[in-house]
Design a binder for this molecule. Structure first.
Ligand SMILES: Nc1ncnc2c1ncn2[C@@H]1O[C@H](COP(=O)(O)OP(=O)(O)O)[C@@H](O)[C@H]1O
Ligand SMILES: [Mg+2]
Length: 259
């Protein structure tokens, strides 16, 4: 139980006459609350992301640099949050240099979710306005670096389709072991397909009980048709979301065999 010491209120310069008992303190959560690797690194959900990370790392025994695209069928399925969590989990590994690339030039959100100011980034590099080195920034978590979306552009498809994208991925592989790429949804535009076709692997985010199976399947087909290597799905938003509130997730629950 938290108790305020009586001396504290009167010591504050603008303390109200009646004390601070009625004051409600709102703590701003600047980094998106679902970025669990940041907010709750010891929690169950962070562990699940690390389990995915470990599988990806195990699939890459030679430790070659890899580009991983994170996408989903439609908007709002948790792509950006999943990409940030995965990038943070990879950055926890020793001697692994990791960069998160915000390639959603339509509705970029990595900077906002990480509480960073917009800056130059992907679009500027692809348009030849700046260099890769200048556009790289620290993401504010361990050694994770961020490659933001850059200056707003009117023609994202054209820009992402340029040959400069291959060159950029090649350059990033000189610096990083893992390049995690956040994308727009796969169904409404070709951006995600284009990015997937140039990446080493693609993960499809499925938001349980919200994503439509038909759309997720359609997205997988489309990504594969464009030459993407769809490695698996990243299931988010499990009901209950923590082992204490959902028996299906319990490590050691007496009722776990019932359903
Ligand atoms: N695991 C989760 N559980 C509940 N809400 C989530 C989860 N992941 C993300 N969200 C929320 O859902 C919304 C969409 O997430 P976002 O990552 O921006 O999706 P997308 O990039 O697919 O459009 C955001 O408001 C985000 O805070
Ligand atoms: Mg997004």
């Amino acid at each position: 139980m938290f108790r305020r010491k009586d001396t504290e209120a009167k010591d504050l310069p603008n303390a109200p006459a009646g004390g601070l008992d009625d004051v409600i303190v709102v703590v701003e959560q600047a980094v998106n609350p679902y970025v669990v690797l940041f907010h709750d690194p010891a929690g169950y959900r962070a562990e699940q992301v690390r389990a995915l990370r470990n599988r990806l790392v195990a699939m890459n025994p030679d430790g070659e640099p890899k580009t991983l695209v994170v996408t989903s069928a439609v908007r709002g399925e948790g792509k950006t949050v999943a990409a940030i969590n995965l990038a943070m989990a990879l950055a926890e590994l020793e001697r692994q240099q990791v960069v998160l690339v915000d390639a959603d030039l339509r509705r970029p959100s990595c900077e906002r979710y990480l509480n960073l100011n917009p800056d130059i980034g992907l679009s500027d590099v692809l348009l030849g306005r700046t260099t890769v080195e200048r556009a790289l920034r620290t993401a504010g978590h361990r050694s994770l670096m961020l490659f933001g979306p850059g200056t707003r552009v009117e023609n994202p498809a054209e820009i992402l389709g340029s040959a400069r994208l291959d060159e950029l991925f090649r350059r990033l592989k000189e610096h990083f072991q893992y390049i995690v790429v956040d994308t727009p949804p796969a169904l409404p535009s070709t951006d995600a397909g284009v990015l997937a076709s140039r990446a080493d692997g693609t993960l499809l985010v499925v938001r349980l009980e919200k994503s439509l199976k038909k759309q997720s399947r359609q997205a997988v087909r489309l990504l594969q048709d464009m030459g993407g290597n769809v490695m698996g799905t990243f299931v988010t938003d499990l009901r209950g979301a923590d082992p204490d509130s959902d028996n299906r997730l319990a490590f050691d629950s007496p009722q776990s065999d019932e359903d």
